[in-house]
Design a binder for this molecule. Structure first.
Ligand SMILES: [Fe+2]
Ligand SMILES: [Fe+2]
Length: 381
């Protein structure tokens, strides 16, 4: 008789493993003898319980007797189909019963095929080969799925790790970006303000107003980081004007006003959204609600909201810090002065958003008063 040759798989060559279950040991031995001539490895179980103990994923097929004491063949089929590790093993029922009802019950329970007693060797071999091929195909699909899942897991892990690295690199770059911008803004401010706490306080006040106006967190963050650039154009103003201790002449004042446009032009070339925002603030932080500001004299809502916010924060900080030609106003007096031009210099809504946060304003003010190295502003503008 033609033999099935063992099938080669990833771990080498092994024979197909068949479990034969029959309560009669003689029957088991008889079937074992037949099947071994096909070239398969045979394991015997003499009860359903024993079969359930022995069965694992190493088996390729099971031949079950139908009539057995304690656990009959149909019950055993159902139990095999309930176990996730072995439910895909093909099952051939070996039965002396030709009755149709019994066969239907067996199919319903999960049996794949039948052979009748006495066993026809050729028929048994044909049926086994067919089911073993099906099992082999299923195993191939399962193996492929496992490999695919592992590949997906590995690639997902790699992707997550790459995304995390990119995100960390992005955060690091953004942080370096922000620090660089703040240093540049401070360098510009240093010429006439000494230690540049002005831009730090002013940016905190601006963020506070934005928050009180209900702007989303990303916009609050944006104004916090962009507002320090508002006076960066002072870099283009001559020392004789910028550092002049006395009052500026009308032409000097005209030149000083140029710092808004200079700052905006320096920053507008950048493709960074943050620096573009800085450019907008530089251009508009001296505009006034009634149109009497500079450089363009625009009014009302034509002035971008960020410019209107920074105007309030900038003036408040200028009033509450001392200059050579004036003392620092108290917070209360500064608010009185500013309130008088609410609706003229300042957007009412923005000014009110600022005054609603006075507790935080005083906190910011006091924090910077306490900071070591605090030096007072000395210039104009
Ligand atoms: Fe300014
Ligand atoms: Fe300023």
């Amino acid at each position: 008789m033609e033999k099935d040759y063992p099938i080669q798989n990833a771990v080498g060559i092994r024979r197909k493993r068949i479990l034969v279950v029959d309560d009669e040991i003689i029957n088991c031995q008889l079937i074992k003898g037949i099947i071994e001539t096909f070239g398969y490895e045979v394991i015997i179980a003499t009860s359903g319980a024993m079969a359930l103990d022995l069965l694992d994923t190493s088996f390729d097929l099971a031949l079950l007797d139908v009539l057995m004491p304690e656990m009959d063949g149909l019950t055993l089929v159902r139990k095999i189909r309930e176990r996730s590790d072995i439910r895909h093993i093909p099952i051939i029922m070996v039965t002396g019963l030709a009755n149709k009802k019994c066969r239907l019950e067996a199919v319903e329970a999960g049996a794949n095929d039948f052979v009748s007693k006495p066993i026809d060797t050729t028929e048994l071999h044909v049926r086994m080969r067919s089911l073993l091929k099906m099992k082999e195909a299923l195993d191939g699909i399962k193996e492929y799925q496992v490999r695919l899942e592992e590949m997906v897991r590995v690639r997902t892990r790699t992707l997550i790790s790459t995304v995390e690295s990119l995100s960390l690199a992005r955060r690091t770059t953004q942080e370096a970006h922000r620090k660089t911008i703040r240093c540049l803004a401070m360098a510009a401010e240093y010429r006439n303000v000494g230690v540049a706490n002005h831009i730090l306080r002013m940016s905190e006040y601006s963020a506070l107003i934005a928050r009180n106006l209900g702007l989303p967190d990303n916009e609050v963050e944006m104004i916090l980081e962009a507002s320090p650039m508002h006076d960066i154009g002072k870099i283009g103003i001559a020392d004789a004007i910028l550092l002049k201790p006395g009052k500026l002449s009308p032409s000097e004042w005209g030149e000083m006003k140029e710092h808004a446009c200079i700052g905006a032009h320096i920053l507008e070339a950048s493709s960074s959204e943050l620096i573009q925002t800085g450019s907008l603030i530089a251009m508009t932080h001296h505009e006034k609600w009634d149109g009497s500001g500079y450089p363009r004299g625009i009014s009302g809502k034509n002035i971008p909201l960020l410019g209107r916010i920074c105007a309030v924060a900038d003036v408040f900080d200028a009033l509450t810090t001392a200059r050579p030609y004036k003392k620092a106003f108290s917070v209360k007096d500064a608010l009185t002065i500013m309130h008088a031009v609410r609706g003229k210099h300042f957007d009412v809504r923005v000014f009110d958003a600022f005054t609603h946060g006075m507790k935080e304003v005083r906190f910011i003010y006091q924090c910077y008063q306490k900071k070591a190295g605090h030096r007072i502003p000395t210039g104009n503008c």
